[in-house]
Unconditional design. Structure first.
Lengths: 294, 101
């Protein structure tokens, strides 16, 4: 039996989550082939990373992947960022591959041994090429917080995919990272159940993960600072952040927070953040003639 | 009486500032100095941005072991940027607010 994923119309973030849910690999289905066609003028960062996770889910189950190619702008863009190559024989997933567009890093399948390198190189790449004299530490920290979250908490067999891109025309950096782990609300409620605490709704759990210094103690070092540090760094550069996980979403823009439940369910976590690089601070000189005391 | 001061280069001690493992490497070095009852002058020269995992595994562990007041009074920074000092100060302040003890 062949399964098809055909994308020819635009999605909002929420309808995309519904779409993903409808296409997830079901355990009892026998599928001989996954066929994908993407026929769009524009495909968004959050769609690319989550679609990559979805395809990887099928691939890891041993299901062959076939792409129906076309002349759409989205297909061309995906080619530039080596999207299709991940499921093409001979492609070296362990190498950092140069993108065909200098404003976008190639799609990256997250690998724990190289998360620091990815964050370091992303920061240096954009600082040196586009934002000379500007400090992209906030990007570095935000990436590391999400990556560390995946490895400390997600239990994701897919690990995840990341995409970092710059749109010069709209002056916007867009970053998206997706994993198919257990999801933040599930993680929190699982730990709380073990502590005989009353479970929270998915949206309350997701909100609490950012504000209440909730720690799942998945590793002894966890102290519940990761997501609030992610948010703080994005707010420092006046960026916005959206997180979708299980049956909840939370959206931060300026000082506003909007969180609610979703009708669709995402087993996993999709993080999307963006900012205007004009809000980046200047690189600071080191203070080398004065000792700092706490 | 001259106080013993140990100069530690963060990047030499930890090789990075992103992961739990890097934080732990720094913690081991800082702990040794704390056990010797001396002061620590920590150089942040060339330090990359610090994640919460790194801070938790280094400073967080140190605070759990020695207490916030002892860590604050033992530690100073050199070769730092204003942002780095602010981030570390915020971490210590926030930790103090939310710590178990």
């Amino acid at each position: 039996m062949k399964k098809e994923i055909i994308i020819y119309s635009q999605f909002s973030e929420e309808t995309w989550i519904q779409f993903l849910e409808s296409k997830r690999l079901q355990k009892n289905y026998i599928i001989a082939l996954l066929e994908i066609e993407i026929d769009l003028q524009f495909i968004q960062t959050f769609q690319i990373v989550s679609l990559a996770c979805l395809i990887e889910e099928y691939s890891q189950a041993g299901i062959p992947i076939r792409f129906i190619r076309n002349n759409s702008l989205a297909d061309e863009y995906l080619r530039y960022i080596h999207f299709f190559d991940y499921w093409t024989q001979g492609f070296d997933r362990n190498a950092f591959t140069r993108s065909g567009k200098n404003t976008t890093l190639a799609l990256w399948k997250i690998d724990q041994s190289r998360i620091t390198t990815y964050a370091d190189e992303s920061q240096k790449y954009f600082e040196n090429l586009f934002f000379i004299g500007k400090d992209l530490s906030s990007l570095h920290i935000a990436l590391m917080e999400v990556f560390n979250n995946i490895y400390d908490h997600a239990q994701s067999a897919i690990e995840g995919f990341a995409l970092t891109q710059y749109y010069p025309k709209t002056q916007r950096m867009n970053i998206a990272i997706c994993d198919f782990g257990v999801g933040i609300p599930t993680k929190i409620n699982t730990i709380w159940a073990k502590q005989s605490r009353k479970p929270m709704s998915d949206q309350d759990a997701l909100r609490a993960a950012f504000f209440n210094r909730l720690s799942t103690q998945t590793t002894p070092q966890n102290r519940g600072f990761g997501l609030s540090n992610l948010l703080g760094n994005i707010r420092n550069i006046k960026g916005d952040l959206s997180v979708y996980s299980n049956r909840a979403m939370i959206h931060f823009i300026n000082s506003n927070v909007n969180y609610r439940g979703l009708t669709a369910y995402l087993q996993g976590t999709l993080v999307r953040f963006s900012f205007d690089p004009n809000n980046l601070p200047e690189i600071e000189p080191a203070i080398d003639n004065e000792e700092y005391f706490f | 009486m001259n106080e013993r001061i140990t100069d530690i280069d963060l990047m030499q001690a930890s090789q990075g500032t992103s992961t739990n493992a890097q934080g732990y490497a720094l913690y081991v070095v800082l702990k040794q100095s704390m056990l010797n009852d001396g002061k620590i002058r920590l150089s942040l020269k060339g330090a990359s941005p610090m994640s919460s995992s790194f801070l938790n595994s280094s400073l967080g562990e140190l605070i759990d072991e020695f207490g916030i007041d002892r860590v604050k009074s033992s530690l100073s920074l050199v070769n730092y940027t204003a942002s780095q000092a602010r981030i570390l100060k915020e971490y210590l302040t926030t930790y103090q607010k939310y710590a178990k003890k």
